[in-house]
Design a protein around this ligand. Structure first.
Ligand code: DAH
Length: 350
């Protein structure tokens, strides 16, 4: 048999072996056997020097052609193996994205009281007010004296609290922020308009409507020619925002040492619309906050001339607003951290 026939046979067998190979390592063995240093093709090419000169190119190109065909077949088979491997991998690693996750994360929610406070803050920011955060530890001077409640004043009894020493206490209301902001404010730059939300403390016995810690939002506007009608218009915007556009408000005369005149503010009952029900105790009205025109002594105590300036102030209890708005019967629920209670107010604002 001629060298050519040998190579032809080798090629046929080789291609068959390649096509029948089952795995990459087997294919590699075939490659070494057919194309390696000791392969018959390499051998044939080596033997060419013994051939007559005119045959050499023919046999040479034939051998190279076979070498190339085998190399291509191996490369194709190799690619086939790789494709199969990828497919097998994809199959075994399939992820079912529709499966539920192991643990569904619970998202929290803003506490209902903070939802109410944030909502009121947003309203007043829209009306051009600053939001001021005061300190919960306050001086007697600001909590009482500057608010027109001297040391021996009986009004102190209604707001007994936790003293740190004789002159330092946990504030009983947010009203001290009135004096603090008036002292800071530069009236030559325009009116003072602020609200100040935060926690306040009283030495109350806790029950369904009393908590030793609760929230207030103080409001204060000081400018020239501020009157009761400014106060009434502002509070109307507030209660309609919180309790609905149909609410009416009324002022009842009252007493606070830091306002003169002082009023309690009632709104028409949002449950019965004013005809009388359990929530409004049959009166058709619900008391929601205290307010008044800033007492001249308070202005004076804060360095503001009452002959030139006047102001209105109000104090809101967000806890009470939340109780009314959502029918919560016990104020202590707000502070118990019972998730079953808190969760009911999901998605209100947040
Ligand atoms: N500071 C009062 C309280 O804690 C609430 C209050 C009433 C604040 C009337 C005011 C006001 O600014 O004008 O009971």
């Amino acid at each position: 048999m001629s060298l050519k026939d040998d190579l032809e046979k080798l090629k046929e067998e080789g291609l068959k072996n390649i096509a029948e190979s089952d795995e990459p390592s087997e294919l590699n063995d075939i490659r070494v056997r057919l194309l390696g240093k000791k392969s018959p093709i390499t051998d044939a090419l080596r033997q060419m020097k013994d051939l007559p000169a005119e045959e050499r190119p023919k046999v040479g190109s034939f051998a190279n052609q076979i070498k190339e065909e085998i190399a291509n077949a191996i490369a194709e088979q190799q690619a086939e193996f790789e494709k199969m491997m990828i497919e097998a991998k994809l199959k075994s690693e399939t992820i079912d994205v529709t499966l539920p996750s192991h643990k569904t994360k619970k998202t929290g929610t803003m506490h209902v009281l903070h939802q109410i406070i944030a909502d009121i803050e947003e309203l007043f920011i829209g009306l051009g007010y600053q939001v001021i955060n005061g300190s919960e530890v306050e001086e007697d001077k600001y909590n009482f004296e500057k608010m027109n409640i001297p040391k021996d004043h009986p009004a102190r009894d209604m707001q007994d609290t936790f003293y740190i020493d004789d002159e330092l206490l946990l504030r009983t209301h947010t009203s001290p922020q009135q004096a603090r902001t008036m002292e800071e404010h530069d009236f030559s730059k325009g009116p003072l308009k602020m609200i100040s939300p935060g926690k306040v403390y009283r030495r109350d016995t806790d029950d369904a409507t009393h908590s030793h810690q609760f929230h207030q939002i103080e409001g204060l506007v000081v400018d020239k020619n501020i009157t009761m009608s400014d106060l009434k218009g502002t509070l109307e915007i507030l209660v309609r925002h919180v309790f609905g556009a149909e609410r009416k408000i009324r002022f009842r005369p009252s007493y606070f040492p830091f306002t003169e005149p002082s009023v309690e503010v009632d709104i028409t009952c949002f449950a019965c619309g004013g005809t009388g029900c359990k929530i409004c105790k049959g009166t058709g009205w619900i008391e929601v906050l205290g307010a008044g025109l800033v007492h001249p002594n308070v202005l004076k105590n804060s360095g503001v001339n009452p002959e030139v300036y006047s102001g209105f102030a109000f104090g809101i209890g967000p806890d009470r607003l939340a109780m009314l708005k959502y029918g919560v019967e016990d104020i202590r629920n707000f502070y118990l951290n019972d998730v079953r209670f808190i969760e009911q107010f999901k998605g209100e604002e947040a």
